[in-house]
Design a protein around this ligand. Structure first.
Ligand code: SAM
Length: 247
């Protein structure tokens, strides 16, 4: 079992793993929410930006985008995808910026990469400090009380003569503030199969707890985890989109 190899030694496979993600829809959704709730500015920062797929879409939609990530191999790939963007190697729990941003995004549940509630609190304070007046922080989250350890997403893809099978799922023990993302990657070339198991420790909390952490800094709006339409969260789903407007 490795920890976070996907973002270092295996970073070259990250985009294959995410092939099925509709990055255009996600970016567009955050853009629309920013138009509704935000200040009409176009300075954008993507936290835990990975290989930069959202940044590409934001730049193409007229934003001036920057990216922040803790793993240099991911930033190297992001720079190839978005040569015009500015990238910094930082931990999102305690980051600094040279100028304020109008929109800060954090996709694919990456906000949970803060390693505990105290770090998450620091991250929220850093985001607040990095936003301009009425700036928007938009991210998705999973509620620990709704995690089903038996659910796994799986998909296969052919690439350069190899077949890759990716599978991922949450694991939460039912108490405490730690959950993990468990990932497996299998690469088969001819008769030879290589397999990696990756475990990503993450912070676990309920939406009610998250709301409490955000409330001192933001007006918080919670929506269904649907990037095609804007629907207020109906309290039932364990995945949601948080739109936080700087107070
Ligand atoms: C699931 S990927 C998401 C990448 C991208 N946002 C996307 O949607 O494809 C999580 C990213 O978070 C980064 N990461 C993990 N811990 C971090 C931290 N403490 N600060 C900043 N980035 C972090 C990883 O390096 C990785 O690129």
């Amino acid at each position: 079992m490795s920890f976070n190899a996907l973002y270092t030694d295996l970073s070259g496979y990250y985009d294959l793993m995410c092939e099925g993600i509709n990055y255009h829809a996600q970016s567009n959704s955050a853009h629309r929410l920013h138009q509704i709730f935000g200040n009409a500015g176009t300075r954008h920062l993507d936290l835990a930006c990975g290989t930069g797929p959202h940044i590409r879409h934001f730049i193409d939609s007229g934003y001036s985008s920057s990216g922040l990530d803790i793993n240099q191999p991911m930033l190297d790939l992001a720079k190839l995808r978005c040569p015009e963007a500015h990238f910094t190697l930082q931990d999102m729990c305690d980051f600094g910026v040279d100028e304020p941003f109008d929109l800060i995004t954090c996709f694919l549940y990456s906000i949970h990469y803060n390693s505990g509630i105290p770090k998450l609190k620091e991250c929220i304070a850093s985001v607040h400090g990095a936003l301009s007046e009425s700036g928007v922080f938009c991210f998705n989250s999973v509620d620990k009380t709704k995690i089903d350890n038996g659910t796994r997403a799986r998909h296969a893809v052919e690439h350069q003569g190899s077949r890759f099978v990716f599978s991922s799922g949450w694991n939460y023990r039912g108490s405490g503030e730690k959950q993990s993302l468990q990932l497996s990657i299998e690469k088969t070339t001819g008769e030879v199969t290589q397999a990696w198991q990756d475990e990503h420790p993450m912070v676990a909390l309920s939406f009610a707890e998250l709301h409490e952490l955000l409330r001192p800094y933001f007006d918080v709006h919670v929506f269904e985890h649907d990037y095609e339409k804007i629907t207020p969260w109906g309290q039932a789903s364990g995945n949601a989109l948080f739109v936080c407007v700087k107070k």
